[in-house]
Design a protein around this ligand. Structure first.
Ligand code: DX5
Ligand code: ZN
Length: 223
């Protein structure tokens, strides 16, 4: 299980320290939720905030997992790549020329991900799947942290894993499967069994004791 805490749920008044707690506890990636108030009904933060976390990411060798919930993401890909993104994920629903956008992400030296909203069928990714390093299954409607996990998402992960099972090894042919929204130690085991690789968690990591929360995910993995 790759655990990617979403810093959207961190205390912005002490963002670096709070993110560091998650990394020290064993988190693998830092998930960066960028919202523009157009594609989703909320505004979060952008490149400058990510730059503020750059020293921590470099020092701890922690990849930035950038989730762009914005319209016209092509306009900003270069900025996020320069700010240190390892993975850049765009939304299928925001990209009329998705294939071109994926190529642009690769040309910047980043891994390319595509996210699908709960109402978007997986078939929308069929013709681009072979070019992707990651598929992000949204298990809530994007825009806010702290929402309830939509139960049908586990089956969607399972169906996606079947679609991608031609190539068996993640990273070498098969795209990683990431799940985002309402993910907690309570649903993590079922998601692992369904085939998820990367677990985004905001509230379930940053609300309360961060070290204990990360440990709870690791225990769920052992179950
Ligand atoms: C939702 C964001 C998520 C969010 C997850 O729009 O993409 O990454 O931060 O937060 P939780 O884990 O609290 O649902
Ligand atoms: Zn996200």
């Amino acid at each position: 299980m790759t655990l990617a805490p979403s810093v959207l749920a961190a205390d912005f008044g002490r963002l670096e320290a709070h993110a560091r707690e998650a990394i020290d506890a064993g988190a693998d990636w830092l998930h960066i939720d960028v919202m523009d108030g157009h594609f989703v009904p909320n505004i979060s933060f952008g490149v400058p905030v990510m730059r503020g976390l750059r020293a921590l990411a470099d020092e701890t060798d922690t990849p930035f997992d950038v989730h762009l919930m914005i319209e016209e993401p092509d306009r900003y890909l270069e900025d996020f790549a320069e700010a240190g993104a390892s993975v850049i994920t765009v939304h299928q629903e925001a990209c009329p020329h998705l294939h071109r956008t994926v190529q642009a992400i690769h040309a910047l030296g980043c891994r390319a991900g595509v996210a699908v909203n709960p109402a978007t069928p997986l078939v929308m990714l069929e013709d681009v799947l072979g070019d992707l390093d990651l598929v992000l299954v949204m298990s809530v409607n994007p825009g806010f942290g702290g929402q309830s996990f939509i139960p049908g998402s586990t089956d969607k992960v399972r169906r996606l894993r079947q679609m991608t099972s031609g190539a068996q090894t993640a990273g070498a042919g098969r795209p990683l499967i990431e799940v985002d929204g309402g993910v907690s130690p309570d649903n993590a085991r079922a998601l692992l069994d369904a085939g998820a690789d990367v677990f985004v968690a905001g509230s379930a990591v940053f609300r309360g004791d961060v070290a204990e929360n990360v440990a709870a995910f690791r225990r769920a993995e052992m179950r």
